[in-house]
Design a protein around this ligand. Structure first.
Ligand SMILES: NC(=O)c1ccc[n+]([C@@H]2O[C@H](COP(=O)([O-])OP(=O)(O)OC[C@H]3O[C@@H](n4cnc5c(N)ncnc54)[C@H](OP(=O)(O)O)[C@@H]3O)[C@@H](O)[C@H]2O)c1
Length: 291
């Protein structure tokens, strides 16, 4: 089967690129210059005679801070772009696998969120991502929406790489401890996506369903930073601080912990614990040298 991955230069796409040789798929990765998902005509033209059997949408406006002042761009990519892919997926009767975020929840719930819980996104980024989810839940569009959280790898810049760089260069840093969530190693999510397509293609090509995927467990950003440095062997003084001591214009959920029972049950997946995956990621000494 031929699969299109949009946002082909992104962090999740990079993990899928590295994982795909082990799968019986021909995967075409398109960056935004090769395929701008906000341009429906370009997307339609790209699909003519392409023979794609599935779309994995890794394209997104992901700069959470910048989205606050670039509202139009965030919605154009995260809502309109996503909708364009759904139009094409629906036309060719193929499933769309779309990636969304835990930040569609406001984080006020004391227990883990399930997919049927009410959404109340707080920031422009998360509102635009939620708008994208709503835009593709139309009759005739098949596929899955996977809400994920705190993505990291050593392929692209992210929280883990930023912490390691800062710890090495400054030797000390402050990290918030009152926001809880779950890290997700992009390679675990990438494997889950490819396995789902391989083993459950007919199921995901029947209606549109929402799932959660992150690693198992829950921690604060502070715990995450401390573990990054310990596992990577970087010495740094890390101070836990309240979110109020680290002012930002972005409102984030305080307790965005998601239950993964549905994705595990429906697709018979086992999900690694966050620390095991972090250790696996940081064991790549060649990549680690860059940070
Ligand atoms: N990173 C996280 O912690 C996190 C957490 C929860 C959910 N997610 C979601 O997971 C997905 C993958 O995230 P990621 O971290 O891999 O994101 P990423 O590294 O920022 O990749 C997104 C890619 O989409 C590209 N893009 C932007 N506009 C486009 C357009 N109009 N057409 C085609 N491509 C376009 C970006 O290019 P440029 O960078 O050149 O603009 C970038 O290469 C996204 O849907 C994101 O919202 C991420």
């Amino acid at each position: 089967m031929r699969i299109l991955v949009t946002g082909g230069d992104g962090m999740l796409a990079q993990a899928i690129r590295n994982l795909c040789p082990a799968y019986p798929f021909e995967i075409v990765f398109c960056n935004k210059y090769e395929l701008d998902i906000t341009n429906l005509i370009a997307v339609e033209r790209y699909f003519q005679n392409s023979g794609f059997g599935c779309i994995i949408n890794c394209a997104a406006y992901t700069n959470v801070e910048a989205a606050e002042s670039n509202v139009e761009a965030a919605y154009l990519i995260n809502e309109t772009g996503t909708k364009n892919l759904a139009i094409i997926a629906s036309k060719y009767k193929i499933p769309l696998i779309h990636i969304s975020t835990d930040a569609v929840y406001d984080g006020d719930k004391k227990h883990a969120y399930s997919e049927s819980d009410a959404c109340n996104p707080l920031s422009i980024y998360s509102k635009s991502k939620f708008a994208g989810e709503l835009a593709i839940q139309e009759p005739g569009t098949n596929g899955i929406i996977i809400r994920t959280s705190w993505l990291y790898s050593l392929d692209k810049a992210n929280f883990v790489t930023a912490i390691l760089k800062k710890a090495r260069s400054a030797g000390k840093l402050s990290v918030v401890f009152d926001q809880l969530g779950t890290p997700t190693y992009t390679y675990d999510l990438g494997l889950a996506i490819l396995d789902i397509i391989k083993k459950n293609f007919d199921y995901i090509n029947t209606g549109m369903n929402i799932y959660h995927y992150s690693n198992e467990g829950a921690i604060s950003w502070y715990d995450f930073a401390v573990n990054c440095c310990r596992i990577a062997g970087v010495n740094a003084a890390i101070t836990p601080v309240f979110s109020t001591e680290y002012p930002t214009k972005v409102e984030r959920p305080f307790h965005a912990i998601m239950s993964k029972a549905k994705i595990k049950n429906d697709f018979n997946l086992s999900i690694p614990y966050w620390r095991d995956s972090l250790e696996k990621c940081l064991a790549d000494k060649n990549k680690l040298e860059n940070f």
